[in-house]
Each structure stands twice: as structure tokens, then as C-alpha cells.
Design a protein around this ligand. Structure first.
Ligand code: DGP
Length: 116
């Protein structure tokens, strides 16, 4: 399933270029175009899902898969030991700007808390 107007679906299909660093049957990961840390990677499902709000019980394996992929990418990127943050922004107040579910993986510097 893909959505014709979705920029991340167009990255999955190869129509739009991205710096893809990880791929498997369910997910891909690529570097954020506007990095907020030395390492800023987005992990997304290949199939279109708007947001966390559209998740249901049948997506539990997919959500787990995205987080396990994030953990593996953190190791691959050399930030597993120093630490990192995984974030899913949801909706307007959550700061979501792209309506295709994605996990941000940020690391490579000390990250402040609470987030802005
Ligand atoms: P969010 O605000 O949580 O919806 O995050 C969307 C992120 O997607 C934001 O950090 C910038 C990134 N982004 C938007 N368009 C593109 C693109 O065309 N390519 C890449 N690599 N990242 C993009």
C-alpha cells in the first residue's frame, strides 16, 4: 500500500532519492534531510501508515520491527554505546510534518531534555 502524494512512499518506491542506509522486507531507513544531530535517521514502514493514531493491534509486530531496526542501526552507526533517542512525532502538537509513520533516531551528541 502506498499513498500517491506521500513523500516517504515516493522514497520507498525510488521515485525520490534519499540516503538509504538500511532496508528489509518491512522497513527502510534513510538520513533525515534536515538533521538535528550528527546522526539523524528516519526508520519507516514500506507500507503507508499515516501516524501512530492509525495503529491497531494488528500493527504490533510492525512497531516492534521498526524499533528493533532502530536498535540495529544505532549499532551500525556507532552510537549504541554513547546513547541515542528514538522519537515518533504524532499530530500537530507532536510536531509531525510528514504523514507517513516514522521513527526518528538521533545521536552523536548529548541530547537535551525535556524536548522543546
Ligand atoms: P516529522 O516532523 O516528525 O514529521 O519529521 C519529518 C522529517 O522528515 C523531518 O525531520 C524532515 C524529514 N524529511 C522531510 N522530507 C524529506 C525528504 O524528502 N528526504 C529526507 N531524507 N527527509 C525528509
Amino acid at each position: 500500500m502506498s499513498s500517491i502524494n506521500c513523500i516517504f512512499c515516493r522514497i520507498v518506491s525510488g521515485e525520490i532519492q534519499a540516503s538509504i542506509i538500511y532496508e528489509d522486507e518491512l522497513a527502510i531507513a534513510f538520513r533525515d534531510i534536515n538533521p538535528q544531530a550528527p546522526k539523524h535517521i528516519l526508520i519507516i514502514p514500506r507500507n503507508h501508515v499515516d501516524s501512530m493514531n492509525k495503529m491497531s493491534a494488528e500493527d504490533k509486530d510492525l512497531v516492534g520491527h521498526l524499533l528493533i531496526a532502530a536498535s540495529s542501526i544505532a549499532s551500525q552507526e556507532g552510537i549504541a554505546e554513547t546513547g541515542y533517542r528514538t522519537i515518533i512525532n504524532t499530530g500537530e502538537d507532536g510536531g509531525q510534518t510528514v504523514w507517513h509513520l516514522h521513527v526518528h533516531l538521533l545521536g552523536g551528541r548529548s541530547l537535551g531534555w525535556p524536548p522543546g
